[in-house]
Design a protein around this ligand. Structure first.
Ligand code: SF4
Length: 340
C-alpha cells in the first residue's frame, strides 16, 4: 500500500542576520496509512522544522531549498499558498504543545471548533456545524458537551484544552495528523490520558499520525515506527520494537540511556549525553554527532556516513556499521549494546 506521506531528501533553511541556518539537511521517510511515525530528537534537531515544512508554515525567512513532499501521491512543494490553506486543517491537521497559544481566549470553545468547519465545509448550515462540534466533543471525551460548548479556554484545564485542539484537528477527518509535542506541557497523568485518547481515535478513524517529540518514552506508548533526528539529519529509522530491542546508532543509545526506568536500581544514575547540538549555520561536514559520540573515529569528523540497512525495515547512518569499521570496541560488531 502506498504511504500517505512520502518525504524525500527534504532540505529547509532559514535566512538570519548571522547566515543561513540549515535546519533540515536531506531527510527522507514515509508515514504509512493508519500508522504512527514518531520523529524524535532534541531541540534544534530539525524535527519541528520538518513538520512545518510539510505544512509550508515556514514564515518569511524559511524556505524549502530542495526535495519532495507527497501527500497521497500529490506533490505539496509546488502548491500555491491558497492550495496549501485548503490542505491545512482539511487533509493535514496539526496540534501543538501549548493549546493556549492556538486558542482565542475571547471566543467560546464550541465556536472555535465550529470556525474550523466553517472554513473547510461551506456546505454545512449553522445548526449542522453545532451538531458536528457536539459530536466531536463527545469523540474526544469532553464531559457535558452542550454545557461546555459556550465555555471559554480559561474555564478548561490544560488536558481539556488539548482535547479541544484534537477535536478541532479531527473536524475535517484529516488524512494525516501532525502532533508536535502535544503532551509536553501536561502533567504525567493527563499526558497518559491524551496518549490513550489519540491511540483510540487513531483506531476508530484509521488515521495516520506523525508524532514529534523529544521523549522516547512517549514514542514507546504510541508509535509504530520511529525516526531519530540529529543535526538536521535522520540518524536512525526502525519499527518501534526493533529500536527498543536493539538501537543501532550511538545517538539513539544515548537517548535510551537517558530515559528513567521505574524498575532500575535507584543507585544507578541516568546518563545524560554530554555536549551540545551542532551549529546549523556551519554544520559539520562529517557526522554531526561526532563531538559528543564516545565511539567517534577520525573518519567521523571528515565524511558524512552513508545509510546502512540494519534489518529488513531499518537503517542507520553511522561509520561503525561500515563493513571496514574496526571490531574492537564497536558495539554493533560485538553483537551487543554498549551503554553510552
Ligand atoms: Fe559516532 Fe562516528 Fe557513528 Fe557518528 S558516525 S555516531 S561519530 S561512530
Amino acid at each position: 500500500m502506498e504511504p500517505i506521506l512520502q518525504v524525500r531528501d527534504l532540505r529547509t533553511s532559514f535566512l538570519t542576520s548571522n547566515g543561513e541556518v540549515q535546519a533540515v539537511r536531506g531527510v527522507s521517510f514515509d508515514v504509512e496509512k493508519g500508522k504512527t511515525l514518531g520523529i524524535v530528537g532534541e531541540s534544534g534537531s530539525g524535527k519541528s522544522v520538518t513538520s512545518l515544512s510539510i505544512l509550508k508554515l515556514l514564515g518569511s525567512t524559511g524556505r524549502i531549498t530542495s526535495g519532495s513532499i507527497r501527500l497521497g501521491g500529490e506533490e505539496l512543494t509546488r502548491k500555491s499558498r491558497r492550495e496549501m490553506r485548503a490542505i491545512r486543517g482539511g487533509r493535514i491537521a496539526m496540534i501543538f504543545q501549548d493549546p493556549m497559544t492556538s486558542l482565542n481566549p475571547l471566543i467560546p470553545m464550541g465556536d472555535q471548533v465550529g470556525e474550523m468547519l466553517w472554513a473547510h465545509r461551506k456546505d454545512m448550515t449553522k445548526a449542522q456545524r453545532r451538531e458536528k462540534v457536539l459530536e466531536l466533543f463527545r469523540t474526544v471525551r469532553i464531559p457535558e458537551p452542550e454545557k461546555r460548548f459556550k465555555s471559554y479556554p480559561h474555564e478548561f484545564s490544560g488536558g481539556m484544552r488539548q482535547r479541544v485542539m484534537i477535536a478541532m484537528a479531527l473536524a475535517c477527518r484529516p488524512e494525516l495528523l501532525i502532533a508536535d509535542e502535544p503532551t509536553t506541557a501536561l502533567d504525567v497523568s493527563i499526558q497518559d490520558q491524551i496518549l490513550k485518547l489519540m491511540r483510540a481515535l487513531q483506531k476508530e478513524m484509521d488515521m495516520s499520525i506523525m508524532f514529534i517529540t523529544h521523549d522516547l518514552g512517549v514514542v514507546a506508548e504510541l508509535c509504530d515506527r520511529v525516526a531519530v533526528m540529529y543535526g538536521g539529519l535522520l540518524m536512525e529509522e526502525a519499527d518501534i520494537v526493533d529500536i527498543f530491542e536493539r538501537p543501532m546508532h550511538p545517538y539513539t543509545m544515548g537517548l535510551m540511556a537517558s530515559i528513567p526506568d521505574m524498575h532500575q536500581d535507584k543507585r544507578k544514575k541516568l546518563q545524560p549525553i554530554p555536549g551540545s547540538p551542532p551549529d546549523m549555520i556551519h554544520p559539520p561536514k562529517g557526522c554531526p554527532f561526532a563531538p559528543r559520540c564516545p565511539y567517534a573515529m577520525r573518519i567521523c569528523a571528515e565524511e558524512l556516513p552513508p545509510y546502512v540497512a540494519t534489518g529488513e525495515r531499518r537503517r542507520s547512518m553511522c561509520w561503525l556499521l561500515d563493513p571496514e569499521a574496526p571490531a574492537q570496541g564497536n558495539p554493533f560488531k560485538q553483537g551487543k549494546e554498549a551503554a553510552v
